[in-house]
Design a protein around this ligand. Sequence first.
Ligand code: NDP
Length: 290
Amino acid sequence: MAAVVLDGKACGAEVEAVVSSRVAALRAAGVSPHLAVVIVGDDPASHVYVGAKERACARVGIESTRIDLPSSASFSEVVAVVERLNGDPSVHGILVQSPLPAGMDELSITELIDPAKDVDGFHPVNLGRIVQGRTDGLVPCTPAGVVKLLEWGGVELSGKRAVVVGRSRIVGTPVSLLLGRKGVDATVTIAHSRTPDLAETCRAADILIAAVGRAELVRADWVKPGAAVVDVGVNRVDDESEKGYRLAGDVHPEVASVAGHLSPVPGGVGPMTIAMLMQNTVTAAENQQN
Ligand code: NDP
């Protein structure tokens, strides 16, 4: 039996429909929700992601402004842009596209963003709220999208064993906290590069989240039959095609023959991340009216 597809495009479209109506309500009250995206340098993948975010803003009626800085920009130039955006009342959300050029301290920039405008949800205040079990702040987009996709797919989380492979600040750690929090109630194991028995650890999972950055690492014999598997990974694998590469997740396609649910790459977590960014931006705009 092939796994049920956790269709991030369909789920994301539903999230965006709700966002659109919230945007319309704000506009009716004279507020134009506005996202500013700062991109430093010319990393091609970053430009693709920023383009997708701008198109999503256009779909839901959020105004977007893109601030392009050259890869030669200094740390203090980036700081100056963030500080200007923090102080601009017409801007409700600020996103500094990762990665920043080598050597530029990303964490310091994250900490400079006004937490009320931190639509990526990476500021310590917003991450700290999740540790407190609160999701009334701005929740990181990819982790929030993973949980939303599972719930939308009808996957039972309460009392289930979840294994998250990866413990990054932006995906693995926050998604672990969201899955284990009161009200969601999964029992969470966090695995990483020092986990000795990774395949066995994964096989115990009712819910398996792969956020590793290693193409097709998770094989069919790592997965408990019927488990729900969410593939966060986006990896470039060289091939003979015209582009010279293909996109692969962290989960091998053969897992579809074992899992109960599986999110595709592309079309799974990617569209959810963008939809949750739209949701955070409208939430930020609403909160700034109070
Ligand atoms: P990071 O590189 O920051 O973290 C990777 C994590 O995986 C680390 O915790 C690392 O362990 C662990 N890891 C690495 N190799 C192994 C291994 N062989 N076995 C077990 N664990 C391992 O990556 P991110 O969290 O930023 O991203 C993960 C993936 O998700 C990437 O492919 C990225 O492109 C994708 N992504 C997709 C998004 C989307 O919207 N679809 C958004 C964000 C990311 P350790 O901590 O020990 O080093």
